[in-house]
Design a protein. Structure first.
Length: 155
């Protein structure tokens, strides 16, 4: 098992039981897995964001990319998820991110939140993806159609 193995609910801090699924993985991401982790009869709204690999960036054609994560990335992702759980009136939080080689159209990240009402879920999901992208040490190596490449988000 890799260092970025999943964190399950029983391994998480008891102060944030609404954090249901966190993972960094080399295998494809599935929205159905995230929805299943967040299933709860008290939920009135589910907000899901799926970030995919697009075929362009900054006016250049993109042919694919590689994601790399620092060994502390999963712990930082847990901090971000717990922060969202504390700040917003949510019932569930989930976040999964790919590492390794991805192709155009692949899901790179899925974040989701559940709440009694849609407004809280919308706000929490936006905060979750924004904080993840800003603070979790995951780096993107873009490969361009002209043969050049670029690292994004590196320190």
């Amino acid at each position: 098992m890799s260092w970025w193995a999943s964190i399950t609910l029983d391994q998480m801090n008891a102060s944030a039981p609404v954090v249901r699924l966190l993972d960094l993985r080399e295998t494809p991401l599935e929205v159905s897995e995230v929805l299943e982790a967040l299933a709860d009869p008290a939920v009135g709204g589910i907000d899901v964001f799926v970030g995919t690999v697009r075929d362009h960036d900054g006016g250049q054609g993109v042919t694919g990319l590689d994601y790399s994560a620092h060994p502390t990335a999963l712990a930082r992702l847990q901090e971000v998820a717990e922060g969202v759980a504390v700040k917003y009136d949510v019932l569930g939080v989930a976040a999964v991110h790919r590492v390794g080689r991805l192709s155009i159209g692949d899901a790179a990240v899925i974040v989701a939140t559940t709440a009694a009402h849609r407004a809280e879920a919308f706000d929490a999901s936006r905060a979750l993806i924004d904080d993840l992208k800003a603070t979790v040490p995951i780096w993107k190596h873009q490969l361009f159609s002209d043969g050049t490449d670029e690292w994004v988000g590196t320190p």
